[in-house]
Design a protein around this ligand. Structure first.
Ligand code: KG4
Ligand code: ZN
Length: 335
């Protein structure tokens, strides 16, 4: 029997609602971005995000149902992001999801946003199954893990300071690029020389799977200040390409090392930075050489969306992980 999930994602600056069939098929995935409102502040303003979610959530729920061609009576399960994220923003989604689950008398699943990013891959790759090695890189998180099952993860490494996407955004800001700068750095990199500036690759201790990006960010800022003081021309494309290459070298090296250690023949990328064309190309090239199959979500499913939350909710539900109505927001939830 088919199982339809209505999923809600409001952890940051996207109000998103999706209808997902059996955890794998997208019937609708409405994403309303607030980015233009936050852009002028250089980042997401939490209070504004909460207010905008409240204004739009009901209409987006209706739109998701209409697009999917279903009504409330057809929905079997409600899924919602319970964390990590902005507390006020998360609460808007959680309150709506609880009201729906209670009113329709159907089960509710509180989803970990990071698990959602991983599950975005199940929507893009129909036959992808665990186990696999997984790199989750977004604006808020950088995790290296081994997915043993659909809801069973062995966390192996994490960032000790900035997340990968955060480093992209901060370097972009220093280059005068508006938030979120990651996609622009990606585009500029294509026209720059990745070997023009020798930025540090921070691998930490031998055998560590953790990441650290704040030293690299500082190195870029110091480089820019030095060039400005000496009145030398800054070639933005070269700075972007050299910075991006330094991030990718570390991400890719550690991911493949973990895959080799686990004798894993599948590598899965997830999160906003998984949209990075340089990362995708590098991982695919290395995957071909090492006989490892590479997976990443379609571009729209890399960044925040409710479809990935619907997929994660489904896999949690069929593995017996139902939430009760008493659960609350967890802004600092880890994987
Ligand atoms: O997953 P996401 O939408 O939000 C979080 O859960 O954090 O990720 C957004 C992050 C931002 O930092 C953005 O700059 C970065 O992903 N990003 C990229 C690219 N597209 C989005 N970074 C590098 N290259 C890209 N093409
Ligand atoms: Zn995210």
């Amino acid at each position: 029997m088919d199982l339809l999930t209505l999923a809600i994602e409001t952890s940051c600056d996207e109000t998103s609602v999706a209808v997902i069939k059996n955890g794998r098929e997208i019937l609708s995935n409405i994403i309303s971005s607030q980015i233009d409102i936050h852009k002028k502040f250089g980042g997401v303003v939490p209070e504004i995000a909460s207010r905008k979610h409240i204004e739009s959530i009901n209409n987006i729920i209706k739109e998701a149902l209409n697009t999917a061609g279903v009504g409330f009576k057809d929905i079997d399960l409600v899924g919602v992001t319970r964390g990590p994220g902005l507390v006020g923003a998360l609460l808007v989604g959680i309150s709506s999801a609880k009201a729906l689950a209670y009113g329709l008398d159907i089960p509710l699943i509180g989803v970990n946003h990071i698990e959602g990013h991983i599950c975005a891959n199940y929507l893009t790759h129909e036959r992808l199954e665990p186990p696999f090695t997984c790199l989750v890189v977004s604006g808020g998180h950088s995790y290296l893990l081994y997915a043993k099952g659909y809801v069973d993860y062995e966390l192996v490494g994490r960032t000790r300071d900035d997340a990968a996407g955060e480093a992209f955004d901060k370097v972009a800001r220093a280059l005068g690029i508006p938030y979120p700068g990651g996609p622009v750095i990606d585009e500029l990199s294509k026209r720059g020389n990745p070997h023009a500036i020798d930025f540090p690759r921070i691998f930490l201790e031998d055998n560590s799977y953790d990441f650290s990006f704040s030293g690299l960010k500082t190195a870029v800022l110091n480089y820019l200040n030095g060039e400005k003081q000496n009145k030398r021309e800054i070639i933005v494309e070269d700075v972007a390409a050299s910075f991006q290459q330094a991030v990718l070298d570390v991400l890719v090296d550690k991911t493949f090392r973990l895959a080799r250690e686990n004798d894993s023949k599948k590598i899965v990328l997830a999160g906003g930075v998984a949209a990075n064309k340089g990362l995708r190309a590098l991982v695919e090239e290395k995957g071909k050489k090492e006989g490892i199959e590479i997976f990443y979500p379609s571009k729209i499913l890399c960044t925040d969306n409710a479809a990935m939350i619907g997929s994660a909710a489904y896999f949690n539900y069929i593995n017996g992980k139902e939430s009760d109505l008493g659960f609350t927001v967890e802004p600092n939830l880890g994987l």
